[in-house]
Design a protein around this ligand. Structure first.
Ligand code: MGD
Ligand code: MGD
Ligand code: SF4
Ligand code: MO
Length: 738
């Protein structure tokens, strides 16, 4: 037996844990934590340890697939598929113009750092503006808010030193996504609490994270704007803000003061259904506790419930009026390692235009924005006839049928396309509607680096790697024998060669969607006959790295580098200021204050609110079909408080119908006393096609089907109301519409 164990990187989520991968006779057989990794010290989660099952999944595609006219699939050589797809794309471009071609990048772009960049180079080369990502059905308000507020160039306060922190609608102990550094978040939080950190969590559910909080506010969902505005109100009224920081760096304080004036503690307490004293306690704790007070971060729960842009903006305002940014002379919390060195400065970068420019969508007045194109409108762009109609869609590591809102509309749209291509490791729900499914290599079959995990700090505060840590890993295992697999970036290069296109691959670093750069982008030109390996492309991508890639690679277990990164003094001529009084945001806050929440509440047809939550064993729709991860339970239950179930005469495990004003889905009830009585919680991205609802106990059901895209939606990002969804529950299920 030939057995080797080598260090590698799990990239299922943004934590990018350093792992040990064992290969036995050419097959990945074991993945564990790497005790010699200085950042993770042996930590992994259940998903990372399932990488062998993920690679060896019998449902994994080892050949690309092509759909026959009768709807069956047969293997097709990847090169041949590229020939046919390139020809079809060219024909569509010649007949309907480049806008008829759209790309959608999902969460499995993250493990492969060249994938998204090459896909983007391709769409620019054909001159189509239709590049969409999962970001605009996630938390696009983060970038909208940064544009309106500006950036602090000294960066974030360090969680590892802070005495307080506030988390809103996020559960980083499970999601590893934001706030508590995701590199072993449980250890990071434990250490912080032992040091005396006081945590404030706002969540309608007593989540894993909330149960460790000093103050857990458990409000009605969708009232986060109300609560944060209330906290700002209290902090201003009691003079607990940082006036020195405001004078030096901030505009708009008067406008903010006026806009929050109506959010008095009694109003907020009634509206959010929380104790008034708790709001006061939280505001005072956040503003005054400890020597090194911390920041506030919000997650999907808070962003999905409408007003996501405003919520994110108010979080920045709260952070800024309390002066919670890293100052001159302090350490840079997230120094670059595989990204270029930069000089952090204790000064603002002024706000910039964040939305309302660029490509105009043909529906709902939406446009391109700093968060990217509105993905919730892509199905409409496919269905709406006329000039500019989208006729071909290529999905890279994403699963629209599982994850997009309005599943029935998505299905109609995807079925009406002239060409649908997915790059996916399996016959996902979306692949099952595709003309071609391109089978890619998997994580341990490709080289890996942590640059992508480092980079996400530009997306928002509270993300990225909080140390000068980096790791590189070579390919650890060969693809299965007899397979024909293509890396995603090679697929786009293959199309470009066939279509006679020159590609400009751009790896840019910097916030604001590249509007301001810490360093010039790395540009790699691919013309007709450029040949390159992924390893060579990574070397190009790291041309300007602070620590050279070879140096990083010489530490196979990863290394925390000793870089001297201190926040510098502000430039003498710096006149930029942060803005906490943006007119659009203040107007939106005014609208929130005047909407008639009592009237909305008195509506009783849909008395419950459905909220999102992540599953510890799955990454969105990935992994649900693996017994190592689902342990015999491959569905997403509807979690509900037992007392609320009893009040409706429903029992644990009962089959029920969950209806929103838009549509219905089946589900299986599961008692959960961590929830408020008036909410139910579900994981998204489960279920089959609508016609497969009877399989609910085997595959769950699709929350996105309850979400319309054209009634409650954000006017800037197009994001629909994916959380705080009004629903009712009835016993049993009749598959009426599907
Ligand atoms: N109702 C509701 N809707 C939501 C959400 C919610 O909470 N509620 N969440 C939203 C959020 S935050 C997001 S990010 C989006 C997610 O939206 P998507 O990114 O579109 O959905 P995923 O399920 O993550 O899709 C991942 C796909 O990648 C495939 N895959 C797995 N491994 C690999 C690989 O190695 N290579 C390739 N090429 N493919 C691979 C999987 O089989 C799967 O089909 O959904 C959004 N939609
Ligand atoms: N294990 C695992 N990790 C993941 C993922 C996964 O699917 N599985 N998905 C990844 C992705 S794509 C993303 S975007 C991140 C998301 O990461 P998070 O944003 O941390 O997502 P969740 O873990 O679902 O935590 C959301 C919390 O919001 C609460 N909530 C729901 N509605 C409301 C509300 O109206 N107000 C407030 N205040 N709280 C509310 C929920 O109860 C829940 O505890 O996680 C990433 N990491
Ligand atoms: S936390 Fe994320 S990166 Fe780490 S092992 Fe789990 S899935 Fe992989
Ligand atoms: Mo996400």
């Amino acid at each position: 037996m030939d057995v080797t164990t080598r260090p590698g990187i799990c990239r299922i989520c943004s934590a990018h844990c350093g792992v040990l991968a064992t290969v036995t006779d050419g097959k990945l057989t074991k993945v564990t934590g790497d005790p010699d990794n200085p950042m993770f010290q042996g930590y992994t989660c259940v998903k990372g340890r399932a990488l062998p099952e993920i690679h060896n999944n019998p449902l994994r595609l080892l050949q690309s697939q092509k759909r026959a006219p009768d709807g069956t699939y047969a293997a097709v050589e990847a090169q041949r598929a590229m020939d046919e797809i390139a020809a079809k794309l060219q024909q569509l471009i010649d007949t309907h113009g480049p806008r008829s071609i759209a790309l959608y990048l999902g969460t499995n772009g993250l493990p492969y750092p060249a994938s998204a960049l090459m896909a983007n180079a391709f769409i620019r080369a054909i001159e189509s503006p239709m590049f969409f990502t999962a970001n605009t059905i996630d938390q696009p308000g983060k970038q909208i808010a940064l544009a309106a507020h500006g950036h602090w160039l000294g960066g974030d306060v360090d969680f590892h030193e802070a005495d307080s922190w506030m988390l809103i609608g996020t559960n980083p102990l499970v999601s590893k996504a934001i706030g508590i550094p995701g590199q072993n978040p449980a250890r990071n939080l434990k250490a912080a609490l032992a040091r005396g950190m006081q945590l404030i969590v706002i969540d309608p559910r007593r989540s894993q994270t909330a149960s460790r909080a000093a103050i857990h506010i458990q409000p009605l969902p969708g009232e986060d704007v109300t609560i944060v505005a209330g906290m700002i109100h209290v902090i201003i009224r009691e003079g607990l803000y940082d006036s020195e920081f405001l004078v030096e760096n901030v505009d708009g304080f008067d406008a903010l003061t006026r806009a929050v004036a109506g959010f008095t503690p009694d109003y907020v307490a009634e509206r959010a259904d929380i104790p008034e004293q708790q709001l006061l306690d939280a505001a005072r704790l956040f503003a005054t506790h400890g020597h090194r007070p911390g920041m506030v971060n919000a997650g999907t729960g808070a962003n999905f419930a409408m007003h996501g842009n405003l919520l994110e903006y108010l979080c920045l305002c709260l952070t800024t009026i309390c002066g919670r940014w890293q100052r001159a002379g302090e350490r840079v919390t997230r120094p670059n390692t595989l990204m270029p060195a930069f000089e952090a400065k204790a000064q603002p970068h002024a706000p910039y235009e964040g939305w309302g420019y660029g490509e105009r969508l043909r529906v709902r007045g939406l446009t391109d924005a700093v968060c990217g194109m509105p993905t919730a409108a892509l199905a409409d762009e496919i269905l709406l006839e006329g000039d500019g109609q989208v006729k071909a869609l290529i999905c890279i590591g994403g699963n629209p049928m599982a994850a997009w809102p309005d599943q029935r509309k998505t299905q109609r749209a995807l079925e009406s396309l002239e060409l649908l291509v997915t790059l996916d490791t399996e016959m996902s729900l979306t692949s099952r509607l595709a003309d071609y499914v391109i089978a890619p290599k998997m994580q341990m079959e490709t080289p890996a680096m942590t640059q992508g995990s480092e980079l996400i700090k530009y997306y928002t505060s509270g993300t990225g790697i909080p140390a000068a840590y980096a790791q590189y890993s070579p390919r650890l295992v060969d693809p299965p024998e007899g397979s024909d697999l293509t890396e995603e970036w090679e697929f786009f290069l293959g199309l470009a060669k066939r279509m006679g296109l020159e590609l400009w691959f751009v790896n840019f670093f910097g916030g604001g969607g590249g509007r301001f750069m810490e360093s010039p982008p790395v540009v790699v030109n691919f013309n007709g006959d450029t040949e390159m390996t992924t390893e060579e492309l990574f070397a190009h991508m790291c041309t300007n790295s602070r620590v050279p890639l070879e140096e990083v690679a010489s530490h196979p277990h990863g290394k925390i580098f000793d870089v001297d990164a201190i926040v510098h003094d502000r430039d003498a001529d710096c006149s930029a200021r942060l803005d906490v009084g943006n007119a659009y945001m203040m107007g939106d806050l005014g609208d929130v204050r005047t909407d008639d929440f009592r009237a909305t509440r008195s509506e009783t047809t849909f008395p419950l609110r459905l909220i999102p939550r992540r599953h510890g064993s799955f990454m969105n729709s990935s992994g649900t079909n693996l017994s190592a991860l689902n342990r015999g339970k491959a569905y997403n239950p509807a979690y509900m408080h037992p007392a609320a179930m009893a009040a409706l005469g429903l029992e644990n495990g009962a089959l029920v119908t969950i209806s929103s004003p838009h549509d219905s889905i089946p589900s299986v009830l599961e008692a959960d006393d961590s929830l408020r009585h008036d909410v139910i919680a579900m994981h998204h991205a489960f279920g089959g096609l609508p016609a497969e609802d009877h399989e609910v106990r085997d595959r769950g059901s699709n929350v996105g089907r309850l979400v319309p895209t054209d009634t409650d939606f954000d006017p800037i990002t197009g994001m629909p109301r994916q959380g705080n969804i009004p629903v009712n529950i009835t016993a049993g299920f009749v598959n009426a519409i599907g």
